[in-house]
Write a protein that binds this ligand. Structure first.
Ligand SMILES: N[C@@H](CCC(=O)N[C@@H](CS)C(=O)NCC(=O)O)C(=O)O
Length: 314
C-alpha cells in the first residue's frame, strides 16, 4: 500500500500535450502513481477545489500539496526523485532557460497553426475556450488569421525542427546524448501535438528522419505506471493531510514579499484566467507557494513557478 503523503496524483486528460510532457518525465523516472481524469473544458470543480481556481492542465498533487504548471511539476519530481535524473548533463541552468522557450513561444507558435488549420471543424465550445486562452479577446479573428497565414506559421515551426533533426543526426538517442532529459520531454510535447492534432502533421514531420527516430525512442520510454483515482478521493486525501511546503521568503525578493501576505497568483499572460488567492507561505527565485483554506479541502498549499506567473498583493 502506498504512502498517501508521498503518492503522486496526476490530474490531466489524455489529449493534453503539456500532460504528455509530464507523462514522459514519469517514464524517465519510472514512477508509479495515480491518475485523475479531469474535464477538457471548464467548469472543472473537482480540480479547482484543489487549486483554488487554476484551471490549466496538468496539475500534480502529492498529499496536501498541489503543483500547478509543468515547470513546477518537473522541478518537484526532480527534487523528490533525483534518480534517474531529468538533467543528465552539467547544463542544467541553460536547459531551464531553453525550456522557457519550448513551453512558451514554441508551444504558442504550434497551437496557432494547429487551431488555425482545424478552422471551422473545431467544436465551438472548445474553439471559444482555447481561442480565448491562447489568442486573446479577439480570438475569432486570430483563428481566421492563423488559417489564412498557415504556410508562414508552418515555416516558423520548420526551422526549429530542422535544428533538432540536425542535433540528432549523429545517431544519438536523445537530444543531449544517450540519456533522456527534461528537454527531450519539453520538445517532444510540441512534436506530439503536431503529429496527433494537425492533419498534415505526420507528412510534415516525415521530412525529419532523425527526429522521427527520436520520437520512437521517447515513445519507448513510456509513462511509468499509474492506476486511476476518483477526484473525490483526491479531494478527501487533501482534506485528511497537512501540507509539506516550506515556509519562508528567500533574500533579495524583488517584490519584497513576506510570509503571511494576502496575495493572488496567475499566469502572466492574457488568457482570461482566474487568479488563485491565499496567504503567501513560501517564495524564492523559482517558486511561490500559496496557502489557502476551504471547507471541502481544508488547508492546502498550491505551488506555482515564479517564471511566467504574476504575484499581486491584495
Ligand atoms: N504553462 C502551463 C501550460 C499549461 C497549458 O496551457 N495546458 C493546456 C493543455 S495542454 C491547457 O491548460 N488547456 C486548457 C485546459 O486544459 O483547460 C504548463 O506548462 O503546465
Amino acid at each position: 500500500m502506498s504512502d498517501p503523503t508521498t503518492e503522486v496524483i496526476f490530474h490531466a486528460y489524455p489529449q493534453s500535450p503539456v500532460a504528455e510532457k509530464v507523462r514522459v518525465a514519469f517514464g524517465i523516472k519510472g514512477l508509479a502513481g495515480r491518475s485523475v481524469e479531469i474535464p477538457r473544458l471548464p467548469p472543472k470543480p473537482m480540480l479547482t477545489a484543489l487549486t483554488g481556481g487554476y484551471r490549466r492542465t496538468p496539475v500534480m498533487q502529492i498529499g496536501d500539496d498541489i503543483y500547478c504548471d509543468s515547470q513546477c511539476i518537473l522541478r518537484e519530481l526532480e527534487r523528490r526523485y533525483p534518480a534517474p535524473t531529468l538533467m543528465p548533463t552539467s547544463e542544467q541552468g541553460l536547459m531551464w532557460c531553453l525550456s522557457r522557450w519550448t513551453d512558451g513561444p514554441l508551444f504558442d507558435q504550434t497551437v496557432r497553426p494547429v487551431l488555425g488549420a482545424a478552422g471551422d471543424s473545431l467544436d465551438q465550445d472548445f474553439a471559444a475556450d482555447r481561442g480565448r486562452l491562447y489568442l486573446g479577446e479577439d480570438w475569432a479573428a486570430g483563428l481566421k488569421q492563423a488559417n489564412a497565414d498557415l504556410p508562414h506559421l508552418v515555416s516558423q515551426m520548420r526551422a526549429p525542427l530542422s535544428w533538432l533533426d540536425a542535433q540528432l543526426s549523429d545517431g544519438r538517442a536523445f537530444l543531449l546524448g544517450a540519456q533522456p532529459a527534461a528537454i527531450d520531454a519539453q520538445f517532444y510535447h510540441v512534436v506530439w501535438f503536431l503529429r496527433g492534432r494537425w492533419a498534415e502533421g505526420p507528412s510534415f514531420l516525415s521530412e525529419f528522419q532523425a527526429l522521427v527516430r527520436w520520437e520512437d525512442n521517447i515513445r519507448a520510454i513510456g509513462h511509468g505506471t499509474s492506476s486511476t483515482m476518483d477526484p473525490q478521493d483526491a479531494i478527501a486525501r487533501a482534506k485528511d493531510l497537512e501540507p509539506a511546503a516550506k515556509t519562508g521568503v528567500a533574500p533579495h525578493d524583488p517584490q519584497g514579499l513576506a510570509v503571511g501576505q494576502s496575495v493572488t497568483i496567475r499566469p502572466d499572460v492574457n488568457g482570461g484566467e482566474q487568479p488563485v488567492a491565499g496567504m503567501l507561505r513560501y517564495a524564492d527565485a523559482e517558486t511561490a507557494v500559496i496557502e489557502r483554506s476551504a471547507p471541502d479541502v481544508g488547508t492546502v498549499c498550491v505551488h506555482f513557478p515564479r517564471a511566467g506567473y504574476r504575484i499581486d498583493l491584495t
